[in-house]
Design a protein around this ligand. Structure first.
Ligand SMILES: Cc1cc2nc3c(=O)[nH]c(=O)nc-3n(C[C@H](O)[C@H](O)[C@H](O)COP(=O)(O)OP(=O)(O)OC[C@H]3O[C@@H](n4cnc5c(N)ncnc54)[C@H](O)[C@@H]3O)c2cc1C
Length: 418
């Protein structure tokens, strides 16, 4: 009988053993960024945009991946990363702020993708603080409000939240019931908000409420205002490393100077939401990239039946399918972003991007999870976290069905929402 130790740590025992046996499992190396770009869609990315992308990638490799599983498992919020995103100028989601360099829509998309490749909770910090709150103030705020809040929020020195959804109004947020009634020197806000990222961590909250004219308006509410109370939502199975809050507003006084002058109807709210929808599609590409790249690395390292999983035809076909789907997503977000930069992106196109990418990403994550076998449900092997987090981005900023109804209205000319 012969016993041979192999470099991989496996031990082949007995003459004629057909494949390595042994009980020591190798430490799989699964987090390398492989630069997957089968259709060379990123080949033409300009230097300025690439610089943002590279910075995001370094941040993910050095500061996100080493710590995120622990925060995710404890459902703890690594708030220091908001500050770091601000310091690295990765928090703005392409919103222009005086004193900050130009950040193109493409750069914002690449950052969303890259940070999501690392972690969905960290990407959601950008979506909430930069994409929604900062953009609301930039698009609807007065010069004084912009001066007061934009630099601090963009730099991650102050937290910012965006409170639209209510416990009884999600997809039909247009029917929101929180109210703003006039009082001496301003307004009193009453109502409830649910699922509000950053809603319980201090800073400013952009609250959407119905005024006495029946229209939806935006109000800047410091979270330490009397009557503002926020409870962290517990028991989430997705995006566990960022907190969402259930907010109660009881006669919260908002001075006139904190009313967003450019938010006069729900159409203004919808304008902000439209600008961020494509960003969620980019995030889906990031999640799918992480899952695909993990699956490739695992398939090459995991030995079964005496050979790597990657040597099986079926595994190769599955990887090919994932790659094909990923290429579709990449082509779509890059083309839609080009349209966005030309000012030509339609709401239906933004919805098509989100609808397509979050749906495909869900499939890739599920396929990758299966390919990792039992190891696929372990946090340490990345895929399970992405699989869970995709469920949240599939829902927020308009569910898959809402996107389908926007696309369907475009196809048929018939609104089928109600
Ligand atoms: C992790 C997370 C973070 C979030 N962050 C924020 C935030 O920071 N700020 C904020 O304001 N909101 C936030 N949201 C809220 C999010 O935008 C809503 O969850 C989303 O709009 C869906 O609303 P809902 O959950 O109430 O689902 P519902 O609207 O109750 O939908 C339930 C299901 O019914 C379907 N449905 C609804 N209407 C129709 C219809 N007419 N026809 C067919 N099907 C329909 C939906 O597609 C869905 O499948 C967040 C949500 C999550 C999960």
């Amino acid at each position: 009988m012969t016993t041979t130790s192999t470099a991989s740590g496996f031990t082949a025992t007995g003459a004629g053993a057909e494949f390595p046996v042994g009980t020591v499992e190798p430490d799989y190396v699964l987090t390398e960024a492989l630069g997957t770009d089968p259709a060379s869609v990123f080949a033409g990315i300009g230097d300025g945009d690439r610089e943002y992308w590279d910075r995001a990638r370094r941040f993910v490799q050095d500061e996100v991946l080493p710590v995120i599983d622990s925060y995710w498992e404890r459902a703890d919020y690594p708030v220091h990363l908001v500050g770091r995103l601000g310091e690295l100028d990765l928090l703005r989601d392409g919103v222009q702020v005086d004193g900050f360099p130009t950040m193109s829509r493409m750069a914002a998309g690449l950052v969303n993708m890259e940070i999501s490749r690392g972690d969905g909770s960290v990407a959601t910090m950008i979506a909430v603080q930069g994409g929604l709150a900062l953009r609301s103030i930039a698009e609807c705020g007065s010069a004084e409000q912009q001066q007061r809040w934009l630099p601090a929020v963009a730099a991650g020195k102050e937290f910012a939240a965006f409170a639209l959804t209510e416990p009884t109004h999600g997809s039909d947020a247009v029917a929101l019931e929180s109210t703003a009634t006039s009082t001496a020197g301003g307004f009193l806000l009453n109502g409830e908000k649910k699922w509000i990222g950053n809603g319980s961590v201090g800073g400013v909250c952009v609250v959407w409420a119905r005024g006495e004219d029946g229209q939806v308006h935006g109000y800047l509410v410091p979270q330490d205002s009397p009557g503002y109370s926020a409870t962290k939502i517990e028991g989430k199975l997705a995006l566990r490393a960022i907190w969402q809050a259930h907010i109660r507003l009881e006669n919260v006084f908002v001075p006139q100077e904190n009313v967003l002058p450019g938010a006069r109807t729900f159409k203004d709210t919808a304008r902000v939401l439209l600008a961020t929808r494509l960003g969620v599609a980019w995030s889906a590409v990031g999640h799918a990239t992480a899952c695909y790249e993990t699956a490739v690395q695992y398939a090459k390292q995991r030995m079964q039946f005496g050979r790597p999983l990657a040597a099986s035809q079926i595994v190769q076909e599955r990887l090919a399918r994932m790659l094909s789907e990923l290429a579709t997503m990449q082509l779509m977000v890059v083309q839609m972003t080009r349209l966005d930069e030309e000012g030509a992106l339609t709401p239906e196109q933004a919805s098509l991007a989100k609808y397509t990418c979050t749906r495909i990403a869900r499939g890739i994550a599920s396929n990758a999870r299966d390919l990792l076998g039992g190891n696929g449900i372990l946090l340490a092997n990345r895929v399970a976290r992405h699989l869970a987090d995709i469920e949240a981005i599939h829902t927020y900023e308009g569910t898959e069905t809402m996107q389908a109804l926007i696309i369907g209205r475009g196809i048929t000319g018939i609104s089928a929402f109600a």
